[in-house]
Design a protein around this ligand. Sequence first.
Ligand code: PSU
Ligand code: MN
Length: 312
Amino acid sequence: MTAPLRFSPEVAAAQAAGTPMVALESTIITHGMPYPQNLDTAQAVEAEVRDAGAIPATIAVRDGQICIGQTDADLATLAQTKDASKLSRADLAVALAIGRTGATTVSATMIAAHLAGIHVFATGGIGGVHRGAELSFDISADLTELAQTPVCVVAAGPKAILDLPKTLEVLETQGVPVVAFGQDNLPAFWSRDSGLKAPLRLDNPASIAQAITQRQSLGLPGGMLVANPIPAADEIPAKTLAPIIIQALTEAAVQNIAAKAVTPFLLDRIFTLTQGRSLTANIALVLNNARLAAQIATELNRPPVASTPASP
Ligand code: PSU
Ligand code: MN
């Protein structure tokens, strides 16, 4: 049995024509942002990818199929679906088997993108090691996915609600290149600077594309995380956010929020506690990531420059 993939007309045409493509996830739509900003953002992110010369492929599960690329109507329905499942690697096959509507997280989106032959994926922030993971064992499946599925994920860093040093440690153990784009330090989602040095740094889309190609040439499994800092004009300084994150984490603990509910709960509380500023920042950083992902996909598509044979 082959994987049940269904391509939108736009994505099918891009595949046939060899146009660069960028995968986009859907959990950010169903669990990461409120309606209607989630729909506006999903549409704006797709437009950003097109403006940069690539084709967007937003990925979601419905009717027993992994849908690669959504029509405007599909996006509008998804953005208003209250009971969509949050699907990661563990859930994908069961959701397909029972025909559930589901949104794909970073891990499930990477799997689907790879099956569809898409090498670059843009999102907001990846999941990682949660604070207190030494007791809860809550470590996002995004990290082990990056270790095994060859897709380049462009994000504004791991979300700042996480334990960032532990997240970097796990990524290092798993052999995942963590590349800060254009700066030395790791960005922290809503903030440009986490205060931690990023393991690696690259300064342009062409060198990121070359690193992807080199990894393939070495036969190494897995992808790469490109941590793209939020534009300066849109950032919330880490110092401003620190007490708000602590408050949201405390509320999550008091209310016994666990497992898949943790990240959506924290994002929602931080949205309220920042009077919506975190959402404005989240939207700006996703758009910024979509643009860089499209540039990387375009560079990856460039035919290698043929070396000129020496004249006889
Ligand atoms: N980026 C955002 N908002 C989100 C996410 C990413 O700006 O909501 C989602 C992604 O789908 C990611 C998930 O995989 O959050 C992480 O969830 P968890 O911590 O439960 O693994
Ligand atoms: Mn988790």
